[in-house]
Design a protein around this ligand. Structure first.
Ligand code: KIV
Length: 278
């Protein structure tokens, strides 16, 4: 169980995360620990226990606002929560989601990204490849670091007809591998893989120079992310996917849950087969 007192002196000695440090972490074989976050208090607690990356996800529409999907979330919503989270962070790298439609064109994505960076984010995340490759190139050319997101992309829920594992057959797996290469080539510096079979995520991770962050993508990704409410066992009114684990039970407190999650990601015990897709 987490003792509850972060070691202030060792924490103070740690450097702030930077965007180039992410690729270095991959080269060093250092696992990246990421959580979603929506306010300053949780952000501070995450930083105290050494969470590396914090994401203001558009999942806020489902876990904070009570919607059935992320589609209703606006740039103003994400900017508001990004500013709240940024006030709780000093060293942790802050990523903010471009919500549905905000990245429909390069120009719209640029406007939204500027708002999110001015609210305190160091990087924006966007879903998909295809026409989004042009958006990624446009943003990166204008000094905006980009995290890509492939596999299950929740903003595609209407087209997909639900939240389903992606890349299960060979054609879909090949497409995912090609898209992963393409987002890296377009300039993305991080890639979230959501609900992807373990072997597919493992081969993408081995193929890329940029780190992969898995959520339901098996243990061989370069890092992991979970939604805060899922990690704490909060009932957000949605079906709990297979990859979710409640760390509050073993951590004993909120800080303890974060610490237990970070330890399990770093020692490779999470996600195990029970929390992954074969
Ligand atoms: O919106 C979100 O929280 C996300 C994570 C699930 C990766 O995109």
């Amino acid at each position: 169980m987490y003792s509850g007192t972060p070691n202030e002196s060792s924490r103070a000695a740690e450097k702030a995360w930077t965007v180039p440090a992410l690729a270095q972490a991959k080269r060093d074989g250092r696992k990246l620990v990421m959580l979603t976050c929506y306010d300053a208090g949780f952000a501070r607690t995450m930083e105290d226990v050494g969470i590396d990356l914090v994401l203001v996800g558009d999942s806020l529409g489902m876990v904070m606002q009570g919607h059935d999907s992320t589609i209703p979330v606006t740039t103003a919503d994400v900017a508001y929560h990004t500013a709240c989270v940024a006030r709780g962070l000093d060293k942790t790298l802050l990523i903010a989601d471009l919500p549905f439609g905000a990245d429909a064109t390069p120009e719209r994505a640029l406007d939204a990204s500027i708002r999110l960076l001015q609210a305190g984010a160091a990087m924006v995340k966007l879903e998909g490849a295809a026409h989004k490759l042009e958006v990624i190139r446009f943003l990166v050319d204008r000094e905006i670091p980009v995290c890509a997101h492939l596999g299950l992309t929740p903003q595609s829920v209407l087209r997909l007809g639900g939240y389903k594992v992606q890349g299960r057959d060979e054609v879909a797996a090949r497409r995912l591998r090609e898209d992963a290469r393409a987002v890296q080539d377009a300039g993305a510096t991080l890639l979230v893989l959501e609900c992807v079979p373990t072997p597919v995520a493992a081969s993408i991770t081995a193929d890329l120079d940029i780190p992969t962050i898995g959520i339901g993508a098996g243990p061989q990704c370069d890092g992991q992310v979970l939604v805060l409410h899922d990690l704490l066992g909060v009932n957000s009114g949605h079906r709990r996917p297979r990859f979710v684990k409640d760390f509050l039970a073993e951590g004993g407190s909120v800080a303890g849950a974060f610490a237990a999650y970070a330890k399990a990601v770093r020692d490779g015990s999470f996600p195990d087969a029970e929390h992954s897709y074969a």
